[in-house]
Design a protein around this ligand. Structure first.
Ligand SMILES: *[C@@H]1O[C@H](CO)[C@@H](O)[C@H](O)[C@H]1NC(C)=O
Ligand SMILES: *[C@@H]1O[C@H](CO)[C@@H](O)[C@H](O)[C@H]1NC(C)=O
Ligand SMILES: *[C@@H]1O[C@H](CO)[C@@H](O)[C@H](O)[C@H]1NC(C)=O
Ligand SMILES: *[C@@H]1O[C@H](CO)[C@@H](O)[C@H](O)[C@H]1NC(C)=O
Ligand SMILES: *[C@@H]1O[C@H](CO)[C@@H](O)[C@H](O)[C@H]1NC(C)=O
Length: 382
């Protein structure tokens, strides 16, 4: 009894200290530092708002989301808004994989494949607040065996968001203490640096005029019509549609080419694409610089991950509203097709089904092994 009491008292004290600051009436936790303010909710460990200043000193909310935090859990169709998908992000080819001669079957929820963990995935769960201070918050999740259907063994995961001057840092840690399981996560952030307020551009609310440079992304996973890698990893020639390495390119730089159509699968134009970074890139290198020439906001991505997925919101149906913190008074309030980009550092998509890529040790974790994902965004002006 004494022992239990002592444990309880210790954790209650830790919680009491850790629970400052408190969430607001909407359940949002706000972290801020010079040049940046971010808000998070426990549901899916979601970033709901991210405010940075543009070149005119105007604060812009540069990520997608809903005003109504109660709407995230009920909108089963939500596209993993700034959440942590898991336990295995992106696609599992054919809804199956094999570990040590045992084949596991996951639910096919994206044509013939499994996407973002299938049903009961991490981005549709309430995470627990483990610790919160003025500059960081940690959310935790217990994911029982077979809860994200078909996945072997329990997985314990935490995500920590830290806000410092002009910077948002994200770490995701996970363990699978019982048996070997696939683990691959990301922070699935949807950006719109213009915050849907650009009145000048013909493509005013689309993402095409945003600029991207990924100097180490010289290889791409060739994908089939369901955006599943075929296994082939291709070198990207300069000025190819997937070339964001040779120079900064606008996301729509290839939009008048025939290959832009169906580039991300049947009926999908633009990108839903997985690039591999050079293995010999400098440690802590900026792997992606993303910017808006309209308002001058520039975002630099650093990551310990060896690949990245970019998705340019082709499937957005124009029915989701922008937030009240975004847009232009009196103008259309809906997010158009191509209105955003999800930027998702991760490992090679479906690497569990491609042993020839040599990614198994980065994607399958068993007792005693630790999954660790780390990325940061640094904001500034062009
Ligand atoms: C927020 O969403 C919840 C769940 O859909 C709904 O019940 C509530 O009415 C919404 N609140 C507002 C202000 O729209
Ligand atoms: C998997 O099966 C092969 C062929 O039967 C066998 O050689 C190998 O030892 C098995 N591996 C494990 C981990 O059981
Ligand atoms: C995640 O799980 C929820 C709840 O089971 C489900 O509604 C949703 O479709 C799943 N997400 C994806 C991407 O399949
Ligand atoms: C996982 O759960 C489903 C039912 O939800 C069941 O049909 C299946 O056999 C279970 N798989 C394992 C490996 O336990
Ligand atoms: C946005 O662009 C469309 C054409 O792409 C144009 O019809 C519309 O007037 C523009 N809106 C604004 C506010 O400039």
């Amino acid at each position: 009894m004494r022992y239990h009491f002592a444990l309880f008292a210790a954790s209650a004290a830790a919680v009491a200290i850790g629970k400052d600051p408190k969430p607001d009436a909407d359940g949002k936790y706000t972290l801020e530092a010079e040049g940046i303010r971010a808000q998070f909710i426990p549901y899916a460990a979601t970033l709901t708002n991210l405010f940075v200043k543009d070149k005119n000193g105007i604060e812009r909310d540069i990520v997608l989301g809903y005003d109504n935090t109660s709407f995230y859990p009920v909108d089963a169709g939500h596209p993993v808004y700034n959440a942590i998908p898991g336990r295995y992000t992106n696609r599992i080819g054919g809804g199956q994989f094999t570990i040590d001669n045992t084949t596991y079957y996951t639910v096919k929820n994206d044509g013939p494949n499994t996407l973002h963990g299938g049903p009961n995935n991490w981005s549709f769960k309430f995470w627990t607040v483990r610790e919160v201070t003025k500059k960081s918050i940690t959310f935790g999740l217990h994911d029982p065996a077979n809860e994200t259907m078909g996945m072997p063994g329990d997985v314990e995961a935490t995500v920590t968001y830290t806000i410092t001057k002009n910077k948002w840092k994200i770490t995701i840690d996970a363990v699978s203490p019982q048996v070997k399981s696939p683990i691959m996560a990301t922070q699935h952030t949807y950006f719109q640096l213009d915050a849907f307020a650009n009145p000048t551009n013909n493509n005013n609310r689309s993402i095409w005029s945003h600029s991207l440079h990924m100097p180490y992304a010289k290889r791409v996973m060739v994908a089939d019509k369901n955006a599943l890698p075929t296994g082939e990893i291709a070198k990207i020639a300069k000025d190819n549609i997937d070339d964001f390495w040779s120079a900064p390119h606008e996301l729509g730089f290839a939009s008048d080419r025939p290959e832009f159509e169906n580039h991300c699968g049947g009926g999908c134009h633009g990108y839903n694409t997985n690039w591999a970074f050079d293995d010999d890139r400098p440690r802590n290198a900026v792997v992606a610089t993303f910017s808006s020439k309209w308002n001058g906001i520039k975002a630099e991505l650093r990551t310990n991950q060896d690949a990245i997925v970019l998705y340019t919101c082709n499937w957005n149906d124009g029915k989701a509203e922008i937030k009240s913190t975004q847009g232009i008074e009196g103008k259309d309030k809906f997010i158009p097709r191509d209105g955003c980009i999800a930027i998702e550092p991760m490992d090679y998509v479906d690497g569990i089904n491609h042993p020839e890529w040599g990614r198994l040790s980065k994607q399958i974790f068993g007792p005693g092994q630790k999954y660790h994902w780390e990325s940061s965004w640094t904001f500034g002006l062009l």
